[in-house]
Design a protein around this ligand. Structure first.
Ligand code: FES
Length: 104
């Protein structure tokens, strides 16, 4: 595992999502309910890495390809059986730290 200093907490406004790359991972960071949630930026439907281009409203991230929607509070799909891969994330001293798995 690697703990990565991903960005400043103020880079992400409330209700915003943004893509980052770190340690070979394509990450989508979402601001929701006053905190942050980090996921692999890959839709479980067809493994497309474009979630950052989908809509993000009221904590629901929708894949732009075929419309699978995910509640970023849980990572679970609201309209299909998929689940996003979540990475532990925390805000510390004004920075967002994300724990990433070892590469395989
Ligand atoms: S690839 Fe995301 S919904 Fe199909």
């Amino acid at each position: 595992m690697a703990v990565v200093d991903l960005c400043g907490a103020d880079e992400l406004r409330p209700g915003e999502r943004r893509r980052y790359y770190a340690e070979g991972e394509n990450i989508i960071l979402c601001s929701v309910d006053g905190t942050v949630a980090a996921f692999r930026n890959r839709c479980p439907h067809q493994r497309v890495e474009l979630l950052h281009e989908g809509s993000f409203t009221d904590g629901v991230l929708t894949c732009p390809m075929h419309g699978w929607a995910f509640d970023v509070r849980t990572g679970r799909s609201l309209n299909a059986s998929g689940q996003l891969t979540r990475f532990p994330a925390e805000v510390r001293n004004g920075r967002v730290f994300v724990t990433l798995p070892d590469p395989w």
